[in-house]
Write a protein that binds this ligand. Structure first.
Ligand SMILES: *[C@@H]1O[C@H](CO)[C@@H](O)[C@H](O)[C@H]1NC(C)=O
Ligand SMILES: *[C@@H]1O[C@H](CO)[C@@H](O)[C@H](O)[C@H]1NC(C)=O
Length: 320
């Protein structure tokens, strides 16, 4: 199916030049059935036990474009963390991620998500990184993949920040989605796929049946006049993730004009495990808020200031 050209993500902020460079990993890094490309940014003087951030690109994007199009590499040099920039397989349609197949929507099931998780596992081993502090963030198709990663691999990711994405499972085609890699679900994109919170929660739980361990915390951001991926998907994602995390759908706190004028932040759960940002007047071309995600992930914590995480000091989760 033809992807609207407006899906190209043009909101590029020129990044400051970072000292280290983007490197492609071509050695075998583990199961990667779809041949996702692996690029990594490792800052000079990487601290011991460094966190890892995964930043999947948007449709029509590349790992190189994601590297150049945000401040993440500069922030990684400043605060000492690794950034993995996966690139879509050569067989992908319009360089969009596989966020639709049964494989990608299943823990250890295959698809693009497994290739990306193999990169994380390889990097944890290679750089002795902190496996309790692995994060994902992306915009558009990268925001969709962020929600796929935290849904299919809750044991791998500590948190995610998704910009202009869709709920986990929303892009799956109707019926049997086995082998349906990279299906463009127009019904979802245009906002006509809706479910109850419980139904959405069941879709996520089915990715990893029987799992009752750590669930990543999540930020979602969406422009309220998004013309490509309907804002309905933001509302549906709040239903989905509050259900998965066992939180009330009524926000604990609503803060206007945060982080930008016209953006409204809604905080769910007593420990703020879910944050949803509605950006008034903002189309699909949403401005990535690196510093808001950085603080949520505590990626600016370089010493003993990290207060949560998989197996972290408090083991705190969602206040439940
Ligand atoms: C779904 O499709 C796959 C591949 O075409 C097939 O192997 C599988 O049996 C199907 N599953 C069901 C439940 O129909
Ligand atoms: C990280 O950034 C947030 C938001 O700016 C700030 O509140 C927090 O104190 C910072 N943490 C560290 C360790 O600098």
């Amino acid at each position: 199916m033809k992807i609207p050209s407006s899906l190209s993500f043009l909101g590029l902020v020129p990044a400051l030049t970072a000292a280290a460079s983007l490197t492609q990993v071509t050695e075998d890094f583990g199961p990667n059935p779809r041949n996702v490309n692996f690029y990594i940014y490792v800052p000079d003087n990487l601290p011991a036990n460094a966190p890892i951030l995964v930043n999947p690109h948007w449709c029509h994007g590349t790992a190189q474009a994601a590297f150049q199009g945000s401040q993440w590499a500069t922030l990684a040099s400043q605060h000492g963390f690794i950034v993995i920039y996966p690139g879509t397989p050569a067989t992908s349609t319009d360089q969009c991620w596989d966020v639709s197949s049964r494989e990608t929507l299943t823990h250890e099931g295959g698809g693009d998500s497994l290739g990306i998780v193999s990169m994380v596992r390889w990097a944890v081993d290679k750089y002795q990184a902190d496996e309790s502090r692995v994060f994902a963030t992306g915009v558009s198709s990268g925001g969709m993949m962020t929600q796929v990663l935290v849904g299919s691999y809750p044991d791998v990711f500590a948190a995610g920040a998704a910009f202009a994405g869709v709920p986990f499972g929303c892009f799956a085609p109707p019926g049997n989605n086995t082998g349906q890699f990279g299906y463009w679900n127009s019904d979802c994109a245009t906002g006509s796929v809706t479910h109850s919170a419980e139904e959405w929660g069941n879709i996520v739980r089915a990715a990893y049946p029987g799992y009752d361990g750590w669930r990543p915390k999540l930020q979602i951001f969406h422009g309220m006049v998004d013309e490509t991926v309907s804002y309905v998907n933001h509302v549906e994602a709040v239903k989905e993730w509050t259900n998965v995390l066992g939180l009330s759908e009524t926000p604990e706190e609503v803060v206007e004009d945060t982080p930008l004028p016209g953006w409204t932040k809604s905080v769910y759960g007593p420990t703020g495990w879910l944050e949803a940002y509605s950006a008034a007047g903002v189309p699909h071309n949403i401005q990535v808020q690196e510093n808001t995600a950085l603080a949520f992930f505590q990626l600016n914590c370089t010493a003993d200031c990290f207060s949560w995480g998989q197996g972290g000091p408090s083991g705190e989760q969602a206040g439940i």
